[in-house]
Design a protein around this ligand. Structure first.
Ligand SMILES: [Zn+2]
Length: 258
């Protein structure tokens, strides 16, 4: 059948939609329109799959909890080290005091000047000792605070891990569902593609890349639904052609008419 009469036949069927043969002649853009619907679903499923993968691999919340734990561990070690140092100093100070007191009360030193010096020395050592004791107390409190912070960080991390464990298993389940959907969509895609001419398919693929995923547009209210350009009656009729593709004169997309 020559293309011209074929189009004409298509037009006739369409002008009598109740004659039961309405669906027998489809416009050439119908296959591409369906293909685009499937391709959009494929794009969405792939984007969501990638998003889930990223969440699974790189959870900010988990990293933050681990970081908090590391900081708390470092803080606790530092506080304990400071406490040990002050304890050593306090102990050394205590020994000095005992030595000076034993000289003072041992009876070997009898010279009043020397005794006075020793007494002054013991008093100075004791003053410094009480300063050290205050510092020791501060260091102990700080070490306790750090210990509490560390425990809180450990509890927080385990909560985050268990919550993410639940969330992650849900995400993995969603990913499996998406993979099954993608398989089904690819089968559907192949079944659509076999009926489309190679040239049309190439035009569709390159337009989809150029036009942010939208290569085929429906005619709505006598206009291109992508760019809004009003289309002539002749162009709208051409969009129903079973043998050739009509393009929007403004955005160049392939036109599809229901
Ligand atoms: Zn347009």
């Amino acid at each position: 059948m020559p293309a011209r009469s074929f189009i004409k036949a298509g037009f006739l069927f369409r002008s009598n939609p109740r004659n039961g043969q309405y669906n027998k002649v489809m416009g050439a853009s119908f296959g591409l329109f369906r293909l685009q619907q499937v391709d959009r679903q494929i794009d969405q499923a792939q984007a969501r799959t990638a998003e889930i993968q990223q969440t699974l691999e790189n959870s900010e919340e988990l990293l933050a909890a681990k970081n908090q734990l590391e900081l708390a561990q470092a803080g606790k070690s530092q506080a304990e080290r400071a406490l040990r140092e002050i304890e050593v100093q306090a102990k050394g100070q205590q020994i000095k005091i005992e030595q000076s007191e034993s000289s003072l009360y041992g009876g070997k030193v009898r010279n009043p000047k020397e005794l006075q010096d020793l007494q002054n020395e013991v008093a100075a050592l004791k003053r410094h000792q009480s300063t050290l004791e205050e510092r020791q107390l501060e260091a102990m409190l700080k070490a306790e605070t750090q210990q509490t912070a560390l425990q809180a960080a450990e509890v927080n991390l385990s909560h985050v891990q268990s919550r993410l464990g639940d969330q992650h298993s849900q995400l993995i389940e969603e990913q499996n569902t998406l993979a099954r959907n993608l398989e089904r969509l690819q089968v559907e895609r192949r079944s659509i593609v076999v009926d489309i001419a190679k040239q049309s398919l190439e035009m569709y693929e390159s337009l989809r890349q150029q036009r942010r995923g939208v290569a085929v547009v429906e005619i709505l209210d006598n206009a291109c639904s992508a760019c809004g350009t009003t289309l002539t009656a002749a162009l709208q009729q051409a969009a129903r052609s079973a043998s050739q593709l009509a393009r929007c004169p403004s955005c160049n997309r392939i036109l599809y008419a229901r």
